[in-house]
Write a protein that binds this ligand. Structure first.
Ligand code: PMT
Length: 438
């Protein structure tokens, strides 16, 4: 590997331009070199200084900067990927029509790198046949278009046209890089993974449930990462989120439904990763009609749910690798390690991924996480604050290393990057805050 991906980040003049600053930061944190190119109109929405402070390369704005002749061909050749976020209707039209009137459009025509376009505009504009035709034309030429999301738009109304969620864009970038450049090894090719995600919902009555704060982001990131590396992935999820192409999704709601799905799939799986937040208790007798306030405060009796991971540990196949998570709220600094180790032993895991869900940016709902990996030999790997997709990469790296040591891996040459040596039997290894392509 040894290659840090080089991304030209094109920013157009739309209200979503402010999000491109955060996108730039995420890409840099994920290990990319980012060269922003702003259109003239982008300056109306975002200051150049903001992007300059976050990017690894200088911000460029003009074809006519005398210090750098022909900047568009240099940028086009330099880039491993050109990302346009946000992309306006005008940019999409110009690119589809082969017009180059500024540095960004000229770079798009001058590059042979994969191009990823993330449109953001008002719903009426997005749905206009001219825009849709241009998008279809770009797609037919191999340009990847990350569809806009539905939600509140700049005018205050709700519709489709909002810039796609940033974690989805980051995932699409790394998938496009892996497909285009082979930068991600397909070191899980042929392996079968079952991954769980999201929080289970245990009904109290037909309209209420006991739930938890899991968004499913960490589990989905694991499934997407494993699929990008060639695995056959089945994702059992409560989250109702989109998964990467190639991930088979099984939607469930309760712990019992998750148990049935996981146990029926686990027999064929090489690796099971339980990232879901499964309820430990559920109402013993959920009401079959809505509980009414006028009937007084109900007394709700709880009963334990099945422990899916413990059942998996009990029936684990000889070559199967079992990965559990541990969501902890430790009072003292060593409590998390102790609790996670206890879960690893009790549930007969090969690897446990512990997160302190009270730590800033970690655990439930965040786009980032901070985790400690502990394997069955007690070897540890500490992962600092990172995007959940990058955390997923470290977890999958560790799984690949463990399988290859057992002789069960798909690839005899697993991912090892400088500074991320395999888990050893002594001490805690710190994973540096950097991306996959260093
Ligand atoms: O979904 P996000 O918003 O991205 O948040 C990610 C996360 C915080 C949910 C994730 O990182 C995480 O910690 N998942 C595990 C949550 C959890 O239930 O932890 P636990 O310590 O209570 O359970 C330990 C393990 O047993 C987990 O792998 C869990 O899936 C499993 N379990 C728990 C209870 C149960 N009845 N059956 C189980 O299989």
């Amino acid at each position: 590997m040894g290659h840090q991906p080089r991304i030209v980040l094109g920013v157009c003049g739309g209200i979503a331009a402010y999000k491109s600053a955060d996108l730039c930061r995420r890409l840099v944190e994920a290990g990319a070199r980012v060269a922003p190119v702003m259109t003239e109109d982008a300056h109306r929405f975002l200051g150049e200084v903001t992007l300059s402070a976050l990017a690894t390369e200088p911000v460029r704005t003009s074809l006519w900067d005398e210090r750098e002749p022909i900047p568009h061909t240099r940028l086009g050749q330099w880039a491993d990927l050109v990302l346009i976020a946000p992309a306006t209707a005008r940019l999409i039209g110009a690119y589809a029509g082969g017009l180059s009137h500024d540095l960004l459009t000229a770079t798009l025509l001058a590059t042979r790198a994969p191009v990823l376009v993330c449109p953001a505009m008002h719903e009426e504009m997005w749905e206009h046949p001219a825009v849709q035709d241009n998008v279809a034309l770009l797609r037919s030429r191999g340009v990847e278009v990350v569809d806009p999301a539905t939600g509140r738009l700049a005018g205050g109304d709700v519709g489709t046209g909002r810039l796609a969620d940033l974690p989805d864009i980051v995932s699409a970038v790394f998938e496009a890089l892996s497909a285009g450049k082979g930068a991600v090894e397909r070191d899980l090719a042929g392996q079968r993974l079952v991954v769980t995600a999201g929080g289970t919902r245990e009904p109290l009555d037909p309209v209420r449930f006991l739930g938890n704060r899991s968004s499913g982001k960490q589990g989905h990131a694991l499934a997407d990462e494993a699929a990008a590396r060639g695995a056959h992935v089945t994702l059992v999820t409560t989250a109702g989120r989109a998964a990467a192409a190639g991930v088979r999704v099984v939607d469930v709601e309760t712990a019992e439904e998750m148990e049935q799905a996981v146990l029926s799939l686990a027999g064929d799986a090489d690796v099971v990763v339980m990232a879901a937040a499964v309820a430990d208790f559920r109402p013993k007798a959920p009401a079959d009609r809505k509980l009414k306030r006028s009937e007084g405060v109900p007394e709700i009796l709880l009963e334990p749910t099945p422990d899916i991971l413990a059942a998996l540990g009990e029936h684990k196949g000889p070559d199967q690798l079992l990965v559990g998570f541990a969501a902890e709220t430790p009072a003292a600094s060593d409590d998390m390690r102790r609790e996670a180790l206890a879960k690893l032993r009790r549930k007969r895991l090969d690897l446990v991924v512990a997160n302190d869900v009270l730590a800033p940016g970690a655990g439930f709902g965040h786009d980032t996480n901070v985790v400690l990996l502990i394997d069955a030999n007690g070897a540890e790997r500490a992962v600092p604050l990172m995007d959940k997709r990058e955390v997923a990469r470290v977890v999958i790296d560790t799984v690949v290393e463990m399988r290859s040591r057992r002789g069960g891996g798909a690839d005899p040459d697993p991912v090892t990057e400088p500074g991320t040596e395999p888990v050893t039997e002594q001490g805690v290894e710190e994973v540096p805050r950097k991306g996959r392509h260093q």
